[in-house]
Design a protein around this ligand. Structure first.
Ligand SMILES: Cc1cc2nc3c(=O)[nH]c(=O)nc-3n(C[C@H](O)[C@H](O)[C@H](O)COP(=O)(O)OP(=O)(O)OC[C@H]3O[C@@H](n4cnc5c(N)ncnc54)[C@H](O)[C@@H]3O)c2cc1C
Length: 346
């Protein structure tokens, strides 16, 4: 049995108090929300904070506000809240589909949106017990000096494995970061670095307080996830796509984001641009799929063969765009075990 290391515990009731604690205690204090990632990581000694500061009693972080001109989702809203609430449809479908495919129902009941956006990067050489990692002399991400995926690399290539980040990036989301010294709002896309260790631009004293979305009127969105088991598994490749159509059916705006193919979700800007002003014909879809796949550079540090995962990128972009133009893709999704049952299709 793997045991947790000893730690101090704080449970503030307001965001102000939480920001003061985090700002006052330094980087050995970490926020904890659902704990579904951080606690297993602590058991494996990948992360060893001296103090955990729970965010679960901060009422403000559990609020959801829909409205015009946009919406605000508190960081401690659970993934079940998002997956099961019918208001997360139409423009927000990609987010609901991403949340519904994280882990298992029990984990989604605990797991929060903020925790999912701040999820640690993953790698076959890192997500192992302390003894396993010690036996290979550790790795660059934790306690070692060599990246065992790319031994010549000075940069850690652990993979961004969050499901909701690509979906929210495709929806143009921003996040509000709160600290003792104030607050700032940044584009979600600017929250991430392509670096397996320093994968976030969030400072250790900042709390991700909420996700902010502009009006998604007229947008349609979808999320496609590759994993070995439909019941639960981290993504090893994902595609989020959002499109706004003009009255004549041409694409007015589009965003395609690729997840789990680098240390951060990747924006396929060229593919998105290639769609603007055109209808979603097979030619336009093929062109966008080819351009998007060029952006994805999966490495050999997750499940499945890396060259195949790159090919799947093009297939998923094409499937996502066909779905957004109105094709019925249910049978295709079910054949990929994307959902354990048809009931989760929306
Ligand atoms: C068996 C299993 C399967 C899983 N499958 C998936 C999957 O398919 N897809 C997926 O995306 N994830 C998966 N996960 C990982 C995890 O369950 C989810 O990512 C979950 O959403 C994390 O949220 P949490 O609230 O539990 O985060 P926590 O574990 O509480 O925290 C995760 C990280 O975020 C930080 N953090 C949390 N909240 C905040 C905040 N508001 N501000 C600043 N920092 C914060 C913590 O300090 C920590 O570093 C899986 C986990 C398990 C155990």
């Amino acid at each position: 049995m793997m045991r947790l290391p000893l730690f101090e515990f704080r449970a503030p009731r307001t965001l102000d108090e939480a920001a003061r604690i985090l700002g006052g205690e330094g980087p050995t204090t970490m926020p904890i929300a659902g704990g579904t990632d951080l606690l297993p990581n602590m058991k494996r000694r990948q992360q060893v904070p001296r103090t955990l500061m729970s965010l679960r009693r901060v009422e403000e972080l559990r609020q959801i506000r829909f409205g015009e001109p946009g919406s605000r989702l508190g960081a401690c809203v659970t993934l079940t809240d998002i997956a099961e609430d019918p208001r997360f449809r139409n423009g927000l479908t990609a987010l609901a589909q991403a949340a519904a495919q994280v882990a298992t129902p029990q984990i989604r009941n605990m797991a929060t949106l903020g925790g999912n956006l701040c999820l640690d990067t993953r790698c076959n050489y890192y997500d192992q017990s302390y003894e396993w990692r010690k036996a290979i002399n550790f790795c660059l991400k934790k306690d070692g000096v060599t990246c065992w995926v790319a031994p010549g690399s000075r940069k850690c290539v652990a993979v961004s494995s969050t499901d909701t980040a690509p979906a929210l990036m495709a929806l143009g989301a921003r996040v509000r970061l709160v600290s003792r010294s104030g607050e700032r709002e940044v584009l979600l896309s600017d929250l991430y670095n392509n670096d397996g260790i320093h994968y976030m631009t969030r400072r250790p004293d900042e709390i991700l307080a909420d996700v902010v979305l502009d009006s998604l009127h007229g947008w349609r969105s979808t999320y496609w996830k590759l994993r070995r088991r439909g019941a639960f598994d981290f993504p090893v490749l994902s595609v989020a796509a959002a499109v706004r159509f003009e009255a004549n059916g041409a694409v007015e705006d589009a965003r395609i984001v690729i997840g789990s193919a680098a240390s951060r979700p990747l924006v396929a800007a060229g593919a998105s641009r290639a769609l603007v002003g055109r209808s979603l014909s097979e030619n336009a879809i093929d062109e966008a799929a080819t351009l998007a796949a060029r952006v994805a550079k999966p490495l050999d540090n997750t499940d499945f063969d890396m060259t195949w995962r790159k090919k799947v990128t093009a297939e998923f972009v094409a499937s996502a765009l066909r779905e957004l133009r109105g094709d019925d893709m249910r049978a295709h999704r079910l054949s990929l075990a994307q959902y354990p049952s048809e009931g989760l299709y929306f």
